[in-house]
Design a protein around this ligand. Sequence first.
Ligand SMILES: *Cc1c(COP(=O)(O)O)cnc(C)c1O
Length: 231
Amino acid sequence: MSTIEDRYAHVVEEVRKAALGVGRDPADIRIVAVSKTVGIDVVGEAVACGIHDFGENRAEVMMPKRAAWPNENWHFIGNLQTRKVRDIVGASCLIHSVDRAHIIPRLQDRAESLGIQQAILLEVNVSGEVSKSGFRPDEVEGVLQSFDEYPALLVQGLMTMAPQADEDVVRSTFRSLRELRDRLGTVRFGANVSLQHLSMGMSGDYRIAVEEGSTIVRVGRSIFSEDFAEV
Ligand SMILES: *Cc1c(COP(=O)(O)O)cnc(C)c1O
């Protein structure tokens, strides 16, 4: 039987190999352990293994874990329901899943009332699948321009999810997000917009994502599931 420690060490090693294989510094890639399927006690085991970044996709699941482990970094990666904005802003070190324009003023209002600047990523639907949320690639520039109006938000980059598909389709999805980021990197936006992060890659595809420039991988099953793990 493998342990969280074994499985996490394996993911760290795979990220390292993928990064070095394309001439990247492994230190530039942050691994977020997606703990959405495990309880507070398992998060505690992970913390004991030296894991400090956790990803959650539901506010009501994240909040009690965060209360139990307040010194860890809690990333929000799920569907951002309007009525949960109140809980998530301030509780999450980085909201990866800002996927529609009308949620942005809500995030701004909440962050402003807390007197904080909330770090976010814009989720982009690169593959265009109707089942996926996120901005269309051609919308992103205009959305980024609007952040002059939202000084309590700090845009740090883009996020995407690849389709369940062959490796070449997955790779081209990740590559497209990086190319979009590189192109937008030449455009002037407000001081609260930078595009240093690309959140892309999950258990099934994080190696490809790292090869294509990911700076944050969101890995759940490969760390927390005995069945899915490769060690
Ligand atoms: C669940 C989830 C992950 C992790 O997926 P695994 O396949 O378990 O690694 C990553 N990102 C998002 C947005 C998720 O919902």
